[in-house]
Design a protein around this ligand. Structure first.
Ligand SMILES: CCCCCCCCCCCCCCCCC(=O)SCCNC(=O)CCNC(=O)[C@H](O)C(C)(C)COP(=O)(O)OP(=O)(O)OC[C@H]1O[C@@H](n2cnc3c(N)ncnc32)[C@H](O)[C@@H]1OP(=O)(O)O
Ligand SMILES: Nc1ncnc2c1ncn2[C@@H]1O[C@H](COP(=O)(O)OP(=O)(O)OP(=O)(O)O)[C@@H](O)[C@H]1O
Ligand SMILES: O=C(O)CCC(=O)C(=O)O
Ligand SMILES: [Fe+2]
Ligand SMILES: [Mg+2]
Length: 334
Protein backbone atom coordinates (compact mmCIF):
# COMPACT_ATOMS: atom_id res chain seq x y z
CA UNK A 1 0.00 0.00 0.00
CA UNK A 2 1.16 3.46 -0.87
CA UNK A 3 1.42 6.02 1.91
CA UNK A 4 -1.07 8.89 1.76
CA UNK A 5 0.38 12.18 0.66
CA UNK A 6 1.22 14.57 3.51
CA UNK A 7 -1.08 17.30 2.24
CA UNK A 8 -4.10 15.06 2.42
CA UNK A 9 -6.09 15.65 5.55
CA UNK A 10 -5.64 12.93 8.20
CA UNK A 11 -8.47 10.48 8.37
CA UNK A 12 -9.22 11.27 4.71
CA UNK A 13 -10.21 8.67 2.18
CA UNK A 14 -13.66 8.23 0.72
CA UNK A 15 -15.95 10.91 -0.62
CA UNK A 16 -18.02 10.88 2.52
CA UNK A 17 -15.22 12.20 4.68
CA UNK A 18 -14.56 15.01 2.20
CA UNK A 19 -18.23 15.91 2.33
CA UNK A 20 -18.21 15.74 6.11
CA UNK A 21 -15.26 18.10 6.25
CA UNK A 22 -17.19 20.57 4.12
CA UNK A 23 -20.24 20.27 6.31
CA UNK A 24 -18.28 20.88 9.49
CA UNK A 25 -16.40 23.88 8.08
CA UNK A 26 -16.50 26.87 10.40
CA UNK A 27 -16.84 30.47 9.20
CA UNK A 28 -13.82 32.64 10.07
CA UNK A 29 -15.98 35.55 11.13
CA UNK A 30 -19.55 35.63 12.27
CA UNK A 31 -20.71 36.20 8.70
CA UNK A 32 -21.83 33.28 6.64
CA UNK A 33 -20.51 34.00 3.17
CA UNK A 34 -18.60 31.72 0.86
CA UNK A 35 -15.64 34.13 0.85
CA UNK A 36 -15.12 33.98 4.62
CA UNK A 37 -15.63 30.24 4.93
CA UNK A 38 -12.52 28.20 5.62
CA UNK A 39 -13.49 24.73 4.52
CA UNK A 40 -10.90 21.99 4.72
CA UNK A 41 -9.99 22.01 1.07
CA UNK A 42 -6.94 19.88 0.46
CA UNK A 43 -6.92 19.20 -3.29
CA UNK A 44 -6.98 22.88 -4.27
CA UNK A 45 -5.00 25.86 -2.97
CA UNK A 46 -6.33 29.28 -2.03
CA UNK A 47 -6.56 31.34 -5.19
CA UNK A 48 -8.59 34.11 -6.74
CA UNK A 49 -9.51 32.29 -9.94
CA UNK A 50 -11.70 29.32 -9.01
CA UNK A 51 -15.14 29.98 -7.63
CA UNK A 52 -16.02 28.20 -4.39
CA UNK A 53 -18.32 25.97 -6.43
CA UNK A 54 -15.48 25.02 -8.79
CA UNK A 55 -13.13 24.29 -5.87
CA UNK A 56 -15.77 22.23 -4.16
CA UNK A 57 -16.43 20.31 -7.37
CA UNK A 58 -12.75 19.41 -7.77
CA UNK A 59 -12.42 18.53 -4.07
CA UNK A 60 -15.33 16.10 -4.36
CA UNK A 61 -14.87 14.75 -7.87
CA UNK A 62 -11.16 15.06 -8.66
CA UNK A 63 -11.65 16.83 -11.99
CA UNK A 64 -12.87 20.14 -13.37
CA UNK A 65 -13.82 20.99 -16.96
CA UNK A 66 -13.22 24.54 -18.18
CA UNK A 67 -15.07 25.23 -21.40
CA UNK A 68 -13.41 26.93 -24.36
CA UNK A 69 -10.06 27.57 -22.66
CA UNK A 70 -7.77 27.15 -25.67
CA UNK A 71 -8.45 29.05 -28.89
CA UNK A 72 -9.21 27.25 -32.13
CA UNK A 73 -6.33 29.17 -33.68
CA UNK A 74 -3.83 27.69 -31.19
CA UNK A 75 -5.28 24.21 -31.61
CA UNK A 76 -5.08 24.41 -35.40
CA UNK A 77 -1.43 25.40 -35.03
CA UNK A 78 -0.71 22.39 -32.76
CA UNK A 79 -2.45 20.15 -35.27
CA UNK A 80 -0.23 21.39 -38.10
CA UNK A 81 2.89 20.87 -36.00
CA UNK A 82 1.73 17.34 -35.16
CA UNK A 83 1.31 16.58 -38.87
CA UNK A 84 4.85 17.77 -39.52
CA UNK A 85 6.10 15.52 -36.70
CA UNK A 86 4.35 12.56 -38.32
CA UNK A 87 5.99 13.35 -41.64
CA UNK A 88 9.32 13.55 -39.81
CA UNK A 89 9.78 17.16 -40.86
CA UNK A 90 10.13 18.08 -37.19
CA UNK A 91 11.77 16.25 -34.34
CA UNK A 92 13.19 16.99 -30.90
CA UNK A 93 15.45 15.28 -28.36
CA UNK A 94 13.63 12.77 -26.17
CA UNK A 95 10.40 12.89 -28.15
CA UNK A 96 8.69 9.50 -28.53
CA UNK A 97 6.46 8.84 -31.52
CA UNK A 98 4.36 5.76 -30.86
CA UNK A 99 2.29 3.59 -33.18
CA UNK A 100 -0.77 1.61 -32.16
CA UNK A 101 0.02 -1.98 -31.18
CA UNK A 102 -2.45 -3.26 -33.82
CA UNK A 103 -0.36 -1.75 -36.61
CA UNK A 104 3.07 -1.73 -34.93
CA UNK A 105 4.39 -4.45 -37.18
CA UNK A 106 2.72 -3.28 -40.38
CA UNK A 107 4.53 -1.30 -43.06
CA UNK A 108 5.62 2.21 -42.17
CA UNK A 109 3.55 5.04 -43.63
CA UNK A 110 4.94 8.46 -42.80
CA UNK A 111 1.71 10.20 -41.84
CA UNK A 112 -0.66 10.41 -38.92
CA UNK A 113 -2.38 7.16 -39.84
CA UNK A 114 0.46 5.32 -38.17
CA UNK A 115 0.78 7.43 -35.05
CA UNK A 116 -1.22 6.88 -31.89
CA UNK A 117 0.60 9.42 -29.73
CA UNK A 118 3.56 11.71 -29.47
CA UNK A 119 5.07 11.90 -26.00
CA UNK A 120 7.69 14.09 -24.39
CA UNK A 121 7.57 17.07 -26.73
CA UNK A 122 9.02 19.40 -24.09
CA UNK A 123 11.98 20.19 -26.36
CA UNK A 124 9.78 21.04 -29.35
CA UNK A 125 8.91 24.74 -28.82
CA UNK A 126 6.00 24.71 -31.28
CA UNK A 127 4.17 22.13 -29.13
CA UNK A 128 5.56 23.06 -25.73
CA UNK A 129 3.77 26.35 -26.25
CA UNK A 130 0.64 24.48 -25.13
CA UNK A 131 2.16 23.85 -21.68
CA UNK A 132 2.98 27.55 -21.24
CA UNK A 133 -0.38 28.98 -22.33
CA UNK A 134 -1.16 31.58 -19.63
CA UNK A 135 -4.83 30.62 -19.46
CA UNK A 136 -3.86 27.01 -18.68
CA UNK A 137 -1.07 27.87 -16.27
CA UNK A 138 -3.30 30.16 -14.21
CA UNK A 139 -5.55 27.18 -13.47
CA UNK A 140 -2.63 24.82 -12.88
CA UNK A 141 -1.35 27.18 -10.19
CA UNK A 142 -4.56 26.58 -8.19
CA UNK A 143 -3.44 22.95 -7.76
CA UNK A 144 0.35 23.16 -7.76
CA UNK A 145 1.14 26.58 -6.34
CA UNK A 146 3.54 29.05 -7.99
CA UNK A 147 6.56 26.85 -8.78
CA UNK A 148 5.38 24.83 -11.75
CA UNK A 149 7.12 22.07 -13.69
CA UNK A 150 5.80 20.29 -16.73
CA UNK A 151 6.58 16.61 -16.17
CA UNK A 152 4.84 14.76 -18.98
CA UNK A 153 3.64 16.01 -22.35
CA UNK A 154 1.47 14.16 -24.81
CA UNK A 155 -0.48 14.63 -28.03
CA UNK A 156 -2.87 11.72 -28.37
CA UNK A 157 -4.10 10.80 -31.84
CA UNK A 158 -6.49 7.97 -31.04
CA UNK A 159 -6.80 6.05 -34.32
CA UNK A 160 -9.99 4.57 -35.76
CA UNK A 161 -10.10 1.21 -34.03
CA UNK A 162 -8.52 -1.45 -36.22
CA UNK A 163 -11.11 -3.96 -34.99
CA UNK A 164 -9.26 -5.27 -31.95
CA UNK A 165 -10.30 -2.59 -29.45
CA UNK A 166 -6.66 -1.57 -29.01
CA UNK A 167 -7.65 2.09 -29.33
CA UNK A 168 -9.04 1.91 -25.80
CA UNK A 169 -7.01 3.15 -22.88
CA UNK A 170 -7.65 0.98 -19.81
CA UNK A 171 -8.80 2.55 -16.58
CA UNK A 172 -5.78 3.80 -14.66
CA UNK A 173 -4.38 6.32 -12.24
CA UNK A 174 -1.61 8.48 -13.71
CA UNK A 175 0.22 8.48 -10.37
CA UNK A 176 1.20 4.88 -11.15
CA UNK A 177 3.82 6.34 -13.52
CA UNK A 178 5.04 9.13 -11.22
CA UNK A 179 7.82 8.60 -8.64
CA UNK A 180 7.11 11.95 -6.98
CA UNK A 181 4.81 13.25 -4.31
CA UNK A 182 2.68 14.71 -2.87
CA UNK A 183 -0.01 13.62 -5.32
CA UNK A 184 -2.23 16.58 -4.50
CA UNK A 185 0.34 18.97 -5.99
CA UNK A 186 0.22 17.20 -9.37
CA UNK A 187 -2.42 17.94 -12.00
CA UNK A 188 -3.09 17.03 -15.61
CA UNK A 189 -4.44 19.51 -18.15
CA UNK A 190 -6.07 17.72 -21.10
CA UNK A 191 -7.51 19.73 -23.99
CA UNK A 192 -9.85 18.40 -26.66
CA UNK A 193 -8.50 19.35 -30.11
CA UNK A 194 -11.93 18.64 -31.66
CA UNK A 195 -15.34 17.53 -30.42
CA UNK A 196 -14.81 14.37 -28.40
CA UNK A 197 -17.66 12.15 -27.27
CA UNK A 198 -18.42 8.50 -26.77
CA UNK A 199 -18.25 7.77 -30.51
CA UNK A 200 -14.59 8.67 -30.88
CA UNK A 201 -13.42 7.58 -27.44
CA UNK A 202 -13.84 10.30 -24.85
CA UNK A 203 -12.30 10.32 -21.42
CA UNK A 204 -14.19 8.22 -18.91
CA UNK A 205 -13.74 9.12 -15.24
CA UNK A 206 -14.78 7.58 -11.93
CA UNK A 207 -15.73 10.67 -9.91
CA UNK A 208 -14.37 10.87 -6.38
CA UNK A 209 -11.78 8.12 -6.78
CA UNK A 210 -8.97 10.67 -6.27
CA UNK A 211 -9.61 10.37 -2.51
CA UNK A 212 -8.58 6.71 -2.58
CA UNK A 213 -5.22 4.98 -2.67
CA UNK A 214 -2.90 4.32 -5.56
CA UNK A 215 -3.89 0.85 -6.76
CA UNK A 216 -1.96 -2.05 -8.24
CA UNK A 217 -1.77 -1.79 -12.05
CA UNK A 218 -1.11 -4.50 -14.65
CA UNK A 219 -1.76 -5.06 -18.33
CA UNK A 220 -5.47 -5.79 -18.76
CA UNK A 221 -6.27 -9.19 -20.21
CA UNK A 222 -7.52 -8.00 -23.57
CA UNK A 223 -7.66 -10.49 -26.42
CA UNK A 224 -6.81 -7.97 -29.14
CA UNK A 225 -3.64 -6.78 -27.43
CA UNK A 226 -2.66 -3.76 -25.35
CA UNK A 227 -0.33 -0.87 -26.13
CA UNK A 228 3.07 -0.71 -24.47
CA UNK A 229 2.84 0.48 -20.86
CA UNK A 230 -0.95 0.91 -20.99
CA UNK A 231 -1.42 -0.58 -17.55
CA UNK A 232 -4.88 -0.67 -16.01
CA UNK A 233 -6.08 -0.92 -12.43
CA UNK A 234 -6.14 -4.56 -11.37
CA UNK A 235 -9.62 -6.03 -10.87
CA UNK A 236 -11.35 -3.02 -12.45
CA UNK A 237 -14.94 -3.03 -11.29
CA UNK A 238 -17.09 -2.00 -14.30
CA UNK A 239 -20.12 -1.46 -12.08
CA UNK A 240 -18.66 1.70 -10.47
CA UNK A 241 -20.43 4.91 -11.55
CA UNK A 242 -18.69 6.34 -14.63
CA UNK A 243 -18.91 9.72 -16.25
CA UNK A 244 -18.20 10.12 -19.97
CA UNK A 245 -16.71 13.56 -20.57
CA UNK A 246 -18.09 15.01 -23.78
CA UNK A 247 -15.93 17.95 -24.74
CA UNK A 248 -15.84 20.53 -27.51
CA UNK A 249 -12.73 21.76 -29.27
CA UNK A 250 -10.74 23.89 -26.80
CA UNK A 251 -12.45 22.59 -23.66
CA UNK A 252 -9.92 21.57 -21.03
CA UNK A 253 -10.21 19.19 -18.11
CA UNK A 254 -7.93 19.42 -15.09
CA UNK A 255 -7.69 16.20 -13.11
CA UNK A 256 -5.98 14.69 -10.09
CA UNK A 257 -3.37 11.93 -10.63
CA UNK A 258 -5.24 9.44 -8.42
CA UNK A 259 -8.53 9.87 -10.30
CA UNK A 260 -9.32 6.60 -12.08
CA UNK A 261 -9.88 7.30 -15.78
CA UNK A 262 -9.47 5.81 -19.22
CA UNK A 263 -10.84 6.24 -22.70
CA UNK A 264 -13.11 4.20 -24.89
CA UNK A 265 -12.56 2.92 -28.38
CA UNK A 266 -12.73 5.14 -31.42
CA UNK A 267 -15.65 3.97 -33.55
CA UNK A 268 -15.29 6.77 -36.11
CA UNK A 269 -13.07 7.03 -39.17
CA UNK A 270 -11.26 10.10 -37.82
CA UNK A 271 -8.19 10.35 -35.60
CA UNK A 272 -9.38 11.71 -32.25
CA UNK A 273 -6.94 14.32 -30.99
CA UNK A 274 -6.18 15.70 -27.55
CA UNK A 275 -3.15 17.45 -26.14
CA UNK A 276 -2.10 17.20 -22.51
CA UNK A 277 0.49 18.13 -19.95
CA UNK A 278 1.05 16.82 -16.45
CA UNK A 279 2.29 19.50 -14.12
CA UNK A 280 3.77 19.24 -10.65
CA UNK A 281 4.93 21.69 -8.04
CA UNK A 282 8.72 21.83 -8.11
CA UNK A 283 8.46 21.46 -4.32
CA UNK A 284 7.44 17.83 -4.88
CA UNK A 285 10.09 15.27 -4.01
CA UNK A 286 11.12 12.00 -5.61
CA UNK A 287 10.36 8.72 -3.89
CA UNK A 288 11.94 5.30 -4.22
CA UNK A 289 9.30 3.01 -5.71
CA UNK A 290 11.07 -0.20 -4.68
CA UNK A 291 8.69 -2.42 -2.73
CA UNK A 292 5.62 -0.44 -3.86
CA UNK A 293 2.94 -1.13 -6.46
CA UNK A 294 4.97 1.00 -8.89
CA UNK A 295 7.84 -1.47 -9.06
CA UNK A 296 6.47 -3.06 -12.25
CA UNK A 297 6.39 0.18 -14.24
CA UNK A 298 9.90 1.07 -13.07
CA UNK A 299 11.09 -2.31 -14.33
CA UNK A 300 9.54 -1.70 -17.76
CA UNK A 301 11.02 1.80 -18.04
CA UNK A 302 14.48 0.47 -17.09
CA UNK A 303 14.20 -2.27 -19.73
CA UNK A 304 13.11 0.25 -22.36
CA UNK A 305 15.92 2.67 -21.48
CA UNK A 306 18.42 -0.16 -21.88
CA UNK A 307 16.93 -1.37 -25.16
CA UNK A 308 16.43 2.02 -26.78
CA UNK A 309 19.29 4.09 -25.41
CA UNK A 310 21.68 1.52 -23.94
CA UNK A 311 21.34 3.31 -20.60
CA UNK A 312 22.12 1.17 -17.56
CA UNK A 313 21.65 1.75 -13.85
CA UNK A 314 18.80 4.23 -14.05
CA UNK A 315 15.82 4.53 -11.78
CA UNK A 316 12.32 5.67 -12.65
CA UNK A 317 13.11 9.03 -11.11
CA UNK A 318 16.12 9.59 -13.40
CA UNK A 319 13.84 9.37 -16.44
CA UNK A 320 11.52 11.94 -14.88
CA UNK A 321 14.33 14.27 -13.85
CA UNK A 322 15.36 14.40 -17.50
CA UNK A 323 11.81 15.01 -18.76
CA UNK A 324 10.79 17.72 -16.29
CA UNK A 325 10.92 21.33 -17.40
CA UNK A 326 10.25 24.54 -15.52
CA UNK A 327 7.17 26.43 -16.67
CA UNK A 328 6.99 29.11 -14.00
CA UNK A 329 8.75 30.07 -10.75
CA UNK A 330 11.76 28.25 -9.36
CA UNK A 331 13.00 24.69 -9.91
CA UNK A 332 13.40 23.28 -6.39
CA UNK A 333 13.39 19.49 -5.95
CA UNK A 334 12.14 17.87 -9.12
C1 LIG B 1 14.06 6.83 -20.56
C2 LIG B 1 12.57 6.39 -20.71
C3 LIG B 1 11.56 7.38 -20.19
C4 LIG B 1 10.20 6.83 -19.96
C5 LIG B 1 9.50 7.59 -18.92
C6 LIG B 1 8.25 6.93 -18.35
C7 LIG B 1 7.21 6.67 -19.38
C8 LIG B 1 5.93 6.39 -18.73
C9 LIG B 1 4.84 7.12 -19.36
C10 LIG B 1 4.38 8.18 -18.46
C11 LIG B 1 2.97 8.53 -18.64
C12 LIG B 1 2.45 9.37 -17.53
C13 LIG B 1 1.03 9.78 -17.70
C14 LIG B 1 0.12 8.65 -17.79
C15 LIG B 1 -0.01 8.26 -19.19
C16 LIG B 1 -0.53 6.89 -19.40
C17 LIG B 1 0.14 6.37 -20.60
O1 LIG B 1 0.09 6.93 -21.64
S1 LIG B 1 0.95 4.97 -20.41
C18 LIG B 1 1.64 4.63 -21.95
C19 LIG B 1 2.95 5.09 -21.98
N1 LIG B 1 3.56 4.39 -23.03
C20 LIG B 1 4.78 4.64 -23.34
O2 LIG B 1 5.39 5.50 -22.78
C21 LIG B 1 5.38 3.85 -24.42
C22 LIG B 1 6.19 4.71 -25.26
N2 LIG B 1 6.46 4.09 -26.52
C23 LIG B 1 7.65 3.62 -26.83
O3 LIG B 1 8.54 3.66 -26.03
C24 LIG B 1 7.83 3.07 -28.22
O4 LIG B 1 6.93 3.67 -29.07
C25 LIG B 1 7.74 1.53 -28.31
C26 LIG B 1 6.39 1.01 -27.87
C27 LIG B 1 8.83 0.88 -27.47
C28 LIG B 1 7.95 1.13 -29.77
O5 LIG B 1 9.21 1.54 -30.21
P1 LIG B 1 9.44 2.02 -31.69
O6 LIG B 1 10.86 2.24 -31.89
O7 LIG B 1 8.53 3.15 -31.94
O8 LIG B 1 8.87 0.85 -32.57
P2 LIG B 1 9.51 -0.36 -33.28
O9 LIG B 1 10.99 -0.28 -33.34
O10 LIG B 1 8.76 -0.43 -34.55
O11 LIG B 1 9.10 -1.56 -32.36
C29 LIG B 1 9.88 -2.03 -31.31
C30 LIG B 1 9.11 -3.16 -30.66
O12 LIG B 1 7.99 -2.61 -29.93
C31 LIG B 1 6.77 -3.19 -30.46
N3 LIG B 1 5.77 -2.14 -30.43
C32 LIG B 1 5.70 -1.06 -31.23
N4 LIG B 1 4.66 -0.30 -30.91
C33 LIG B 1 4.08 -0.91 -29.87
C34 LIG B 1 2.94 -0.60 -29.11
N5 LIG B 1 2.20 0.47 -29.32
N6 LIG B 1 2.61 -1.43 -28.11
C35 LIG B 1 3.32 -2.55 -27.87
N7 LIG B 1 4.41 -2.89 -28.56
C36 LIG B 1 4.78 -2.09 -29.56
C37 LIG B 1 7.12 -3.64 -31.81
O13 LIG B 1 6.24 -4.63 -32.20
C38 LIG B 1 8.52 -4.16 -31.62
O14 LIG B 1 8.45 -5.39 -30.96
P3 LIG B 1 9.54 -6.52 -31.17
O15 LIG B 1 9.00 -7.70 -30.41
O16 LIG B 1 10.82 -5.98 -30.60
O17 LIG B 1 9.59 -6.76 -32.65
N1 LIG C 1 -10.94 -4.83 -18.06
C1 LIG C 1 -10.73 -3.52 -18.07
N2 LIG C 1 -9.73 -2.99 -17.33
C2 LIG C 1 -9.52 -1.67 -17.34
N3 LIG C 1 -10.23 -0.79 -18.05
C3 LIG C 1 -11.23 -1.27 -18.81
C4 LIG C 1 -11.53 -2.63 -18.86
N4 LIG C 1 -12.57 -2.78 -19.72
C5 LIG C 1 -12.90 -1.57 -20.17
N5 LIG C 1 -12.10 -0.64 -19.63
C6 LIG C 1 -12.10 0.81 -19.86
O1 LIG C 1 -13.28 1.35 -19.34
C7 LIG C 1 -13.56 2.58 -19.99
C8 LIG C 1 -14.99 2.66 -20.36
O2 LIG C 1 -15.29 1.67 -21.31
P1 LIG C 1 -16.54 1.78 -22.22
O3 LIG C 1 -16.47 0.62 -23.16
O4 LIG C 1 -17.77 2.02 -21.44
O5 LIG C 1 -16.24 3.14 -22.97
P2 LIG C 1 -16.72 3.58 -24.32
O6 LIG C 1 -16.17 2.65 -25.34
O7 LIG C 1 -16.33 5.00 -24.41
O8 LIG C 1 -18.28 3.53 -24.24
P3 LIG C 1 -19.29 2.40 -24.78
O9 LIG C 1 -19.94 1.90 -23.54
O10 LIG C 1 -20.16 3.16 -25.67
O11 LIG C 1 -18.50 1.30 -25.43
C9 LIG C 1 -12.59 2.66 -21.15
O12 LIG C 1 -11.53 3.49 -20.77
C10 LIG C 1 -12.10 1.25 -21.30
O13 LIG C 1 -10.81 1.25 -21.87
O1 LIG D 1 -7.12 8.73 -24.23
C1 LIG D 1 -6.63 9.77 -23.85
O2 LIG D 1 -6.67 10.81 -24.53
C2 LIG D 1 -5.95 9.88 -22.53
C3 LIG D 1 -5.46 8.62 -22.03
C4 LIG D 1 -4.79 8.81 -20.72
O3 LIG D 1 -5.43 8.86 -19.74
C5 LIG D 1 -3.36 8.94 -20.61
O4 LIG D 1 -2.65 8.88 -21.64
O5 LIG D 1 -2.88 9.07 -19.49
FE1 LIG E 1 -4.12 8.93 -17.91
MG1 LIG F 1 -16.81 0.17 -24.92
Amino acid sequence: MQARSPTTAPGGGGRLSVLQRHLTAVPLSGQVSSATYAPNFCYTLDNDLLTTEQRQFYEENGFLVIKNLVSHKDIDKFREVFERVCKKELTAPGMVVMRDVAIAKSEFVPDQKAITKVQDFQELPELFEYCSLPQIVQYVKCFTGPNIMSMHTMLINKPPDAGKKTSRHPMHQDLHYFPFRPADRIVCAWTAMERIDRSNGCLVVLPGTHTGELKQHDYPEWEGGVNKMYHGVRDYDPSLPRVHLTMEKGDTVFFHPILIHGSGMNRTAGFRKAISCHYASSDCYYIDVKGTTQENIEKEVIELALKRYGVEEILLKDAWMAKGRLVQGERINL
